[in-house]
Design a protein around this ligand. Structure first.
Ligand SMILES: Cc1cc2nc3c(=O)[nH]c(=O)nc-3n(C[C@H](O)[C@H](O)[C@H](O)COP(=O)(O)OP(=O)(O)OC[C@H]3O[C@@H](n4cnc5c(N)ncnc54)[C@H](O)[C@@H]3O)c2cc1C
Length: 262
């Protein structure tokens, strides 16, 4: 199916993109297009304008400042796959196929907040921070504040995700997913991180309506038996996997991730 008609603007800078966004509330930012374009073809979204930010140098690349790694929002899955960013390099390697990883970006994936996307679990477990910019300034939110529901984040109209901040080193980290055989999206994906101070954070994606922390595993710590971590009543069920099966998968994926992370 074809998209509805839209205008296309290739942004020359972040401030140009934000000015365009402020002047047209119906416009959408275009990153890798690997979620937005299919959504437009299905007519689930029909923005009147696309503002292309995918190749803005300001939004690309990975750098380290002190004990923090700063990832530009338009850094592709492939760039992350071949980086040394804790956990995210492992997660990026498991996304889709080479074409998706070459075009798709971490900023686009986080802003889209698909309930089965891989990064959100890792971002929560890493205790990452998200930098958001608008024409009136910038703000930084925690991963816990960022993911709010199915396809819903802390991004307000007129705002752009510009950077992701993650710890430069962790004691251990692992991501395990049971992937959908066609899309490779997570039916259940669990990220576990043992931070430098010894604290443990864990999160799951694919199982509920949005990524969420696995608080039972976190409180039990590295000796967790990974049994009954989530209740099926809090999870999604569909023709591919029931909520009860997803609850079982969460325990299995958590157990495998914990064994590698600790
Ligand atoms: C066949 C296929 C398989 C896939 N498999 C997986 C998988 O296994 N795991 C997985 O996690 N994902 C998977 N994906 C999704 C893929 O990772 C996408 O790249 C990602 O979800 C969206 O990133 P994008 O850069 O393509 O963003 P786009 O599609 O360009 O944008 C997505 C949304 O985010 C908004 N947006 C983009 N950038 C910003 C920004 N900087 N600030 C604010 N809003 C912004 C856009 O307006 C749009 O609403 C798959 C996709 C396909 C087509």
């Amino acid at each position: 199916m074809y998209t509805s008609e839209f205008t296309y603007h290739k942004a020359s800078s972040v401030s140009d993109a934000l000015a365009q966004l402020a002047s047209n509330p119906d416009a959408k930012l275009l990153a890798g297009g690997h979620s937005l374009i299919p959504t437009m073809k299905l007519r689930l979204a029909s923005p009147s304008a696309l503002i292309d930010v995918s190749s803005l140098p300001e939004l690309r690349g990975i750098r380290t400042e002190g004990d923090t790694i700063i990832i530009g929002a338009m850094t592709t899955h492939r760039e992350l796959e071949f980086s040394k960013v804790p956990l995210l390099s492992e997660v990026a390697r498991l996304i889709g196929d080479p074409m998706v990883r070459n075009k798709g970006t971490i900023g686009g994936a986080l802003a889209h907040a698909d309930p089965s996307a891989d990064y959100p679990a890792a971002i929560l477990a890493l205790n990452a921070k998200i930098k958001i910019q608008s024409s009136s300034g910038a703000r930084v939110v925690t991963a816990d504040e960022f993911f709010q529901g199915m396809f819903t984040t802390a991004l307000a109209p007129g705002e752009m995700l510009v950077e992701i901040h993650v710890p430069a080193s962790v004691k251990g980290a692992a991501y395990e997913k049971f992937a959908h055989p066609a899309s490779r999206y997570a039916v259940a994906g669990v990220a576990v991180v043992v931070h430098s101070d010894g604290s443990l954070r864990a999160a799951v994606t694919g199982a509920g309506d949005h990524a969420m922390r696995l608080t039972k595993l976190e409180s039990e710590g590295v000796s967790s038996a990974c049994k009954g971590l989530v209740s099926a009543s809090d999870l999604m069920g569909d023709h591919f996997a029931s909520a009860e099966y997803r609850a079982h998968l969460v325990d299995v994926m958590a157990s495998k991730a914990l064994a590698r992370a600790k």
